[in-house]
Design a protein around this ligand. Structure first.
Ligand SMILES: *Cc1c(COP(=O)(O)O)cnc(C)c1O
Length: 219
């Protein structure tokens, strides 16, 4: 299926407030350009080096989202241009992002990744770790990051009831973590939902979906 048709089809199904991140990991720049020409401006990648190579080659009005697990020592390679980092799962990583953002006089938006799945392999925080970070003096002192919400990935399963339960859990953590807001904590974004489960995610309150294979084809 052509990328443009896939993209327009998915967009036609998204309610107005839901933002589409086109997940283009492993795909060549020519594929991304097809989506760009069809109007897409937000792309998600899961490897910093690959994202940086694409950023260098592509139009500069694109917003680049890092959706993968981030190693602290690689933050510097994307600090100049990244628009949103979805997978932040520690205070230490926030501190590194804050430090690298400061070098470029930027404030980098971040989402804190929550662990909602029943899979050992997935990353993320639990509710108490989240509140520990948000309430720490270190976090409150950071001036070059802004946490604009939460991100999570459901278990890889066909069991819709389980996926729904996990999304509802994330939504309830999101709702209960709305206050108090500070300069660097303004939660408005809930990033949940991929090709296989984005409709369910939207029903459960997602405001940002990350869709790859349904746009670009299998990987
Ligand atoms: C690859 C990936 C996606 C997109 O997955 P699809 O099933 O291809 O839509 C979404 N989120 C994250 C974190 C990913 O790594």
């Amino acid at each position: 299926m052509p990328i443009k048709e896939n993209l327009l089809h998915i967009k036609s199904q998204l309610p107005e407030p839901v933002t589409l991140v086109a997940v283009s990991k492993t795909k060549p720049v020519s594929d991304l350009m097809e989506a760009y020409q069809a109007g897409q401006r937000i792309f998600g990648e899961n490897k910093i080096q690959e994202m940086t190579e694409k950023w260098e080659q592509m139009p500069k009005d694109i917003q680049w989202h890092m959706i993968g697990h981030v190693q602290s020592n690689k933050v510097k390679y994307m600090a100049e241009y990244v628009n949103l980092i979805h997978g932040v799962d520690s205070l230490k990583l926030l501190q590194e992002i804050n430090k690298q953002a400061a070098k470029h006089n930027r404030v980098i938006d971040c989402l804190l990744q929550m662990y909602i799945a029943e899979e050992e392999s997935k990353f993320g925080l639990d509710a108490s770790e989240l509140s520990e970070i948000l309430n720490s003096a270190e976090f409150k002192a950071m001036q070059n990051i802004k946490v604009i919400g939460l991100m999570g990935m459901a278990t890889f399963t066909d069991n819709q009831i389980q996926i729904k339960k996990e999304f509802q859990n994330l939504k309830s953590i999101f709702d209960t973590s709305q206050t108090p807001t500070t300069n660097n904590y303004q939660p408005s974004t809930l990033s949940m939902g991929m090709s296989g489960d984005y409709k369910l995610a939207i029903e459960c309150g997602s405001t940002m979906v990350r869709i790859g294979s349904s746009i670009f084809g299998g990987r």
